[in-house]
Design a protein around this ligand. Structure first.
Ligand code: E4P
Length: 222
């Protein structure tokens, strides 16, 4: 399963890239706003800066909601850098725009997906990625991981090539559960990725190994 980081913070993207396990980045207008990035020029520059840090795909979301605006914006975004994936919302115009970009050989990510039916539409339009938001489903007492499982079954039944990009991940167990049901990608906050490193037995075990090594070295000296 690929690991993407879900942030517009350059510092966090660098940190994740340095860990050696990062496969890409997703952003959205809320994440850009959180970093204080606003205005078309600043947003465009920020996407280029992100692309220069990572080796993998970088999702950049359109703001327009009408088809013509999505096409114009998406083309500008795609021209920024070869790693850019145009992120489009699950709407009628969004799905039409996915079909258009697929025809042009431009990668797309269909965002704001909350049902298997929506995921089928995204796949039929040829989306590179589909982003089911599992945390937001959990927030309304609906099992988000079940949706990933359902989409996996449907895509496998028909050989859809769209990659399932589990989004709105809140914690490390979401990552494990998504891997268990066969998500292709998990896009996560940095904290959820780094939490995977930690286990008390690893800490205790390492302390013991180092203490034993020190004792043995002292015994040789004595
Ligand atoms: C996906 O690409 C979105 O940016 C993201 O995962 C949304 O997560 P949230 O529900 O934590 O805002």
């Amino acid at each position: 399963m690929k690991f993407f980081i879900d942030t517009a913070s350059l510092a966090q993207i660098k940190e994740a890239q340095d860990l050696g396990v990062l496969d890409g980045v997703t952003t959205n207008p809320s994440l850009m706003a959180k970093e204080g990035i606003s205005g078309t020029d600043a947003v465009m520059k920020h996407y280029v800066a992100i692309c220069e840090i990572v080796d993998g795909d970088v999702s950049a979301e359109v703001i327009g909601t009408a088809y013509a605006d999505m096409i114009r914006e998406g083309e500008n975004l795609a021209a920024l850098h070869p790693r850019i994936v145009v992120k489009l919302p699950m709407t009628r115009d969004g799905v039409k725009a996915i079909k258009y970009f697929t025809g042009k050989g431009i990668k797309t990510n269909c965002t704001l997906v909350f049902s298997a039916g929506q995921a089928m539409l995204a796949a039929k339009a040829g989306a590179t990625y589909v982003s089911p938001f599992i945390g937001r489903l959990d927030d309304i007492s609906t099992d988000g991981v079940d949706l990933i499982d359902q989409i996996r079954t449907i895509y496998d039944n028909y050989g859809f090539g769209t990659e399932i990009l589990a989004a709105s991940i809140r914690h490390p167990m979401h990552i494990i559960q998504c891997a268990e049901v066969g998500a292709d990608v998990a896009t996560c906050p940095l904290s959820a990725i780094t939490a995977l490193f930690d286990h008390p037995l690893t800490t205790i075990g390492l302390e013991k190994f180092l203490a034993d090594h020190k004792k043995a070295a002292q015994a040789v000296k004595a």
